[in-house]
Write a protein that binds this ligand. Sequence first.
Ligand SMILES: Cc1cc2nc3c(=O)[nH]c(=O)nc-3n(C[C@H](O)[C@H](O)[C@H](O)COP(=O)(O)O)c2cc1C
Length: 145
Amino acid sequence: MDKTLYRLVYLSRNTITGDDDLLQEEIRGILDVSQRNNRQAGVTGALMFNTGCFAQVLEGPHNRIQDTFERIQCDPRHSHVSVLAFDRVEARYFSDWDMAFVGQNAQRIEQFAGFNERSSFDAKALDGDTVFELLRTHLDEAEQA
Ligand SMILES: Cc1cc2nc3c(=O)[nH]c(=O)nc-3n(C[C@H](O)[C@H](O)[C@H](O)COP(=O)(O)O)c2cc1C
């Protein structure tokens, strides 16, 4: 198998409507499926969400990321999927996670709100490194907590 690794970073709009319980339930469902499928596909990564949007990093072989992302793109639970980066990388960062969940907190929501305002999901206004750093940083914080 080709061992060359890639990292895809995207943002999308969360289209899940309903109360908090429903949102949590949907997120739980997404994570369960992701963990099961990604483990099998050799894909790792992290997912962050708030009521407005999702940010996700997927790492793994090119074709495995493509297959996974094709399914993700068709998912009606989000829209305006915008790829910020799909680059070759030397190593996985989220190697211990089939799909790490960064969750949400006030600071992250603020940062996402900033993204929203600035970009209206215009991919040109954002870059994959910034979003990758955001997930990486918050995952580190979550681990320390
Ligand atoms: C924001 C978001 C992120 C998702 N991430 C993944 C993922 O990393 N891996 C995955 O297999 N499915 C992911 N999904 C779910 C897929 O869209 C799809 O429902 C699932 O892959 C179908 O799997 P199944 O054919 O095994 O039921 C995600 C969905 C959303 C809305």
